[in-house]
Ligand binder design. Sequence first.
Ligand SMILES: *Cc1c(COP(=O)(O)O)cnc(C)c1O
Length: 400
Amino acid sequence: MLNELGVVRISTQERALMENLERLSSNSGSHSPSLATMQQSLPEIQIDIDACFLSNPLATELFWSYFNADVLADQQLFKRMLEAYPSQNRVIAEELSSAIGVDPGRLFIANGATEAIQAIIHNFSSHIHINIPTFSPYYEFAGTDHRVTKFQVDVEKEFVLDPEQYVQSVLRSGADTAVLISPNNPDGYLIPDDDLSWILSRLSGLRTVIVDESFVHFADRAGSGAGGEVNGLPTLVGLTDRFDNVTVIKSMSKDFGIAGIRAGYAIMKKSRVNRLLDHGYLWNTSGMAEYFFSLFARPIFLNEYRTVLDTYRGYIDRFTSMTAGASFVRAYPTSANFQLMQLPNGISADVVTTLLLIRHGVYVRACGDKIGLDGEFIRVAIRTEPENKIVFAALKDVLS
Ligand SMILES: *Cc1c(COP(=O)(O)O)cnc(C)c1O
């Protein structure tokens, strides 16, 4: 028996699975259920490709090879990692500072960038102005004593941030904090250097301006607008020298493919780092995260990382050129390692994600819960070359 769902026909069994999936999603708030949760709750669904989670799979392999050789091969070292406290925040900052080109006193090491976001919002902010769509912790971590106001980015203009309108919106809102994510999640838009500098100079009266560069490694380096490089990697850290109120936030989860070990950092003025560390965050990372940061500071690892990053960026380019020519979906240009896609009229993102999952084992992100995204969108993470081909064929099959 076939059911009609918009313009898509599905079987009764597919509909039952869809209902179970919807239940699971609504239990995980504004983040997608993880692969492990999915597999546990819905064992009848086989997930072959996780194109929901935004990580560089080649970098995970690279980390894994180092971790095997350095840690797993030395059982005593591994045991010690489990048994002992990791180094304190300031010690790890000392180790990492040269790799990212900042004074250690301005570096706050975080248990994932999410922790840095929470620390900043809870300590240096009372009224946050966000751009929508955005990464949800920026408004979810606002407490009851915070205000949150919003600037709607123009979907019709492919998410290009209009600097003038944006600055006016921030100043009119009366917010003391503005958040800029570049490239942005979920749309992948990179703010050009000139626009960013202009915006920051106009917002120099705010208490805090957050610049989240978690996806900046994926941006096209030639015309990246990434405002400089340190150790051959694009970064916006230089902005913190020019603007006292700017905090740069960086996750390691996506570009290094290591979300499980929880490693991130923020760069801000010294007095703020002191204020955070004088009242907490002493041993807020783990031995694994500390090991990662020590790798990051090793030139030989960074060299290999740049090589896998280049290879992966080639995959991104090839995937986005395939989707650019697709007639069955509207794929937005991206400077990150994922692509936002708008579905044709009458097709729902929940239906498409379910069909991709049950017919092709491909897991993508439905964006129905993203505020500021009107219409039906999915976000597709870019993976390895063979996986990307399967994802593209699956999209074509479900949407054609
Ligand atoms: C994923 C993400 C983060 C947080 O990453 P962590 O895993 O906590 O390091 C921060 N900002 C953006 C824009 C993200 O997409």
